[in-house]
Design a protein around this ligand. Structure first.
Ligand code: C2E
Ligand code: MG
Ligand code: MG
Ligand code: MG
Length: 278
């Protein structure tokens, strides 16, 4: 059975389960309206260099301000948007909005802007052209843009992924591998990709205060990525003990609640102003 979304194919389970079927239909209608009615908003989370302290970049994270349900988390609706074939439309909005909102701050504060891109968007052949046009129209320096690709998603067609990364690198854009440690990539796989930066998933940092094995694992990752000449971001740093561990073992950049949660644009602007005055 095929619904209106391009890649929409219902699974047997969904056909059996009528309620899910209706929910998905409702979600599709809702998501289309959200795009038309401007219900999406970007939050931004600082990515910092801890010592000496400096904000080095920001990650754009989408929020959906649903008129009835309130704020819906991207963890919930992004996978559905992917399934429904709506992710390219949403991704295009994210890119345009983030570049427009951040271009001045990126220049003034010497930041990079990091954007999440899902595999379905990569597969859509129009992504690169659109990206180039947006960067050109907004006179945004491509080397200040990081495209985040999620590790657990990149499996599958290695050649296609290598081509995609090459064409991004040709434009001058940087490549980050997101959520490292959730998927099953081998190091040789990572080496076959022209990555600039690795984001270590927040689960690694969670365990380090209780678990010796996790500590050893994270130390090993820092050494390996350092040897490979990759920049590192440690995600999910919340507590002082976690920060202390990261500081002791790496020169990793840090993204986590310890410094700031993702915040609306106006709050990010206040944060950047305060940082400048420090
Ligand atoms: P992600 O790209 O790995 O983003 C980091 C997530 O970790 C964010 O969740 C952020 O709020 C959360 N986080 C950051 N620091 C901490 C911390 O110290 N503690 C805890 N507990 N969490 C922390 P968020 O904003 O809910 O986004 C979830 C996921 O949704 C993202 O994970 C990303 O995969 C996806 N996503 C968000 N925006 C977009 C987008 O514009 N496009 C696409 N394709 N995916 C997006
Ligand atoms: Mg990300
Ligand atoms: Mg991540
Ligand atoms: Mg993620």
């Amino acid at each position: 059975a095929k619904l209106s979304g391009k890649n929409r194919v219902l699974s047997f389970q969904e056909i059996e389960d009528g309620s899910h079927y209706l929910q998905t239909l409702e979600m599709e209608r809702d998501l289309r309206r959200a795009l038309e009615e401007d219900e999406f908003e970007l939050y931004y989370q600082p990515i910092v260099s801890p010592h000496p302290f400096a904000v080095r970049g920001v990650e754009a994270l989408i929020r959906w301000n649903h008129p009835v349900k309130g704020q819906v988390s991207p963890g919930l609706f992004i996978p559905i948007a992917e399934q429904l074939g709506l992710i390219s439309d949403i991704g295009r909005w994210v890119l345009r909005q983030a570049v427009r909102e951040m271009r001045e701050h990126v220049t003034r504060h010497e930041l990079f802007l990091s954007i999440n891109v899902s595999k379905r968007q990569i597969a859509d052949g129009s992504f690169l052209g659109e990206l180039e046009r947006i960067l050109h129209d907004q006179t945004f320096n491509p080397s200040n843009l990081h495209v985040e690709i999620t590790e657990s998603e990149v499996g599958g067609n290695l050649y296609e992924l290598q081509q995609f990364i090459s064409s991004l690198k040709a434009i001058g854009v940087k490549i980050s591998l997101d959520d490292f440690g959730v998927g099953t990539s081998s190091l040789s796989f990572l080496q076959s990709l022209q990555l600039d930066l690795i984001k270590i998933d927040q689960n690694f940092v969670k365990g380090i205060t209780e678990n010796t094995f996790d500590r050893a694992l994270l130390e090993g990752l820092y050494q390996t990525f350092h040897t490979l000449g990759l920049d590192i971001v440690t995600e999910g740093v919340e507590r002082p003990e976690q920060l202390a561990f990261v500081l002791e073992h790496s020169s990793s950049l840090i993204q986590g609640y310890h410094y700031s949660k993702p915040v609306p644009l106006s709050q990010l602007e206040n944060y950047l102003k305060k940082v400048v005055m420090l």
